[in-house]
Design a protein around this ligand. Structure first.
Ligand code: ADP
Ligand code: MG
Length: 378
C-alpha cells in the first residue's frame, strides 16, 4: 500500500465517521481496531463496565418493555402477567472444559443456569431455545449426550424446548440458551428494590462450586503430566456436584411463598456473593454489611479450601457458580425467615453513605470487592 493510498483511506475514515454509514463503518471498525491510539482494551472496562458502555442511553421505545438491561431477566408487559427473558452464552475453553465436563452435565448446567435467572425474578421458566455452534470434532452421539442433559433439566423444571439454531464452528463448541418465563406482574422481584434495614439472606451454602472447579483443574494437570494416573477425587462428591450439576432454587421460592415472605430484592449467585450483593446495594442505592461468621459454608467446601490454602470466606464471597438465591427481606419477617430451613441471614442493608463492607470474625471491616469470575480480567 502506498502512502497516498493510506492517506486516502484515513480521509475516508474521517468522512465515514461523520456520515455513520453502515457499510463504510465496517471498514472503519477494522482500521480503528488496528490503530493503537484508538484502541481501548476490554479489560479496561471489565464485563459489567462493558455491558454498561454498550447499552448506555438505550431507552425502550415499546411500552411493553418494563425492564430492559440490568436485571437477571428482561420483563415484558402482558397485562396482569409479564414475560421474563434471559440469555446466556457458554464457550468451550472459557466457560467449560470438556476434559472433565461430561457433555450430559454440560447440557444440564446450560439449561439450569438460564432457568435460575427466571427464578431470580420470582418467575416460572416455561420455554427454552438452544443455539449450538459445533465443529466436526463432535459426533452425533456426543451431541445426543449434550441434549440428554438439556432434556433432563427441561423435565425436572417443567420447561419446554421450543427452538434454537444450529451452525458449524471452525473449532470448539458454543452453546447459547435463551429462556422464557412468566410471572404475575405484582410478583416480580427486581435487584433494585431493597430497602434500608432489610435483612440479607442466602439459600443453601456458598463456595462449593468454585472448590469443585479447582479440584477438577488440579486433576486435569495431574492427568496431563501422567495419563496413567487415576483422578483422586475421593470424598469430594459434594463440591464436584456443585460445579458439574448446579440446580436452580425454584424450591426456595415455594418455601418463601408458603412462609408468607416476599423478598424486597432478589438475585441469583452466578458471579459470587460479593458481586451480587454489590448489584443489589448499588441498584437499590444502599450500603450493606455482611457478617463473615454468618456465611454458610459446607464442611467439604472448607476442607477442600484448606487443601488449596484458600480462605473459605474468599471462596464464598468470590467463588461464583453456586446458583443460590441472594435476597433481602423486611426486618419484620425475621421470625418467618428464621423458621425456614436452608435459609441463612447473613447481613443487612444500610443507607448508601455507610458503604458496602464485610465484617470479619475479628470484627474488622473489609470493603466488599467484586473480583469474582470476571472472565475479561482473567
Ligand atoms: P446474569 O449474571 O444474571 O446472567 P449478566 O451479568 O450476564 O446477568 O447481565 C446483566 C444484564 O446485562 C442483563 O440484563 C443482560 O441481559 C444484560 N446484557 C449482558 N450482555 C449484554 C449485551 N452484550 N448487550 C445487551 N445487554 C447485555
Ligand atoms: Mg442472574
Amino acid at each position: 500500500m502506498t502512502v497516498n493510498q493510506i492517506v486516502a483511506i484515513l480521509a475516508l475514515m474521517r468522512r465515514t465517521k461523520q456520515e455513520e454509514s453502515l457499510t463504510l463503518q465496517f471498514k472503519l471498525i477494522i482500521m480503528i481496531d488496528n490503530d493503537p491510539l484508538k484502541r481501548t482494551e476490554l479489560s479496561a472496562l471489565g464485563e459489567f463496565g462493558l455491558i454498561d458502555h454498550l447499552t448506555q442511553g438505550i431507552a425502550p421505545v415499546n411500552s411493553t418493555t418494563l425492564k430492559g438491561v440490568g436485571d437477571d431477566a428482561a420483563v415484558l408487559d402482558h397485562g396482569d402477567m409479564v414475560t421474563l427473558v434471559s440469555k446466556d452464552l457458554l464457550i468451550e475453553g472459557v466457560h467449560f472444559d470438556l476434559t472433565y465436563t461430561p457433555l450430559r452435565h454440560l447440557g444440564y448446567k446450560a439449561a439450569v443456569v438460564n432457568i435460575s435467572d427466571i427464578v431470580a425474578m420470582n418467575g416460572k421458566a416455561e420455554q427454552l431455545l438452544v443455539g449450538i455452534s459445533v465443529s466436526n470434532r463432535f459426533s452425533v452421539e456426543a451431541l445426543d449426550e449434550l441434549y440428554a442433559g438439556i432434556r433432563l433439566a427441561c423435565e425436572k423444571y417443567k420447561v419446554d424446548l421450543v427452538g434454537g439454531d444450529t451452525t458449524t464452528s471452525v473449532s470448539g463448541l458454543f452453546i447459547s440458551v435463551t429462556v422464557i418465563g412468566r410471572a404475575k406482574k405484582e410478583d416480580v422481584i427486581y435487584r433494585s428494590t431493597a430497602r434500608e434495614h432489610d435483612l440479607i439472606c442466602v439459600s443453601g451454602d456458598l463456595g462449593g462450586a468454585y472448590m469443585g472447579l479447582l479440584l477438577l483443574e488440579r486433576e486435569k494437570k495431574v492427568y496431563q503430566a501422567n495419563p496413567q494416573m487415576q483422578p483422586d477425587l475421593e470424598g469430594n462428591d459434594y463440591v464436584l456436584e456443585r460445579q458439574l450439576k448446579p440446580e436452580a432454587r425454584a424450591d426456595v421460592l415455594i418455601k418463601l411463598r408458603e412462609a408468607g415472605v416476599k423478598p424486597t430484592a432478589l438475585i441469583d449467585i452466578s458471579d459470587g456473593l460479593a458481586s451480587e450483593i454489590l448489584h443489589i446495594a448499588k441498584d437499590s442505592g444502599l450500603g450493606c454489611r455482611i457478617y463473615e461468621n454468618k456465611l454458610p459454608i459446607d464442611v467439604v467446601t472448607a476442607e477442600v479450601a484448606a487443601e488449596f490454602t484458600i480462605d473459605p470466606t474468599t471462596a464464598a464471597m468470590n467463588g461464583g457458580e453456586d446458583y443460590e438465591l441472594l435476597f433481602t427481606v423486611n426486618v419484620n419477617d425475621f421470625k418467618k425467615i428464621s423458621a425456614i430451613q436452608g435459609i441463612h441471614i447473613i447481613g443487612h442493608m444500610l443507607e448508601k453513605a455507610e458503604g458496602e463492607y464485610l465484617i470479619s470474625n475479628g470484627g474488622s471491616l473489609y470493603p466488599i470487592d467484586a473480583q469474582g469470575f470476571n472472565h475479561m480480567k482473567a
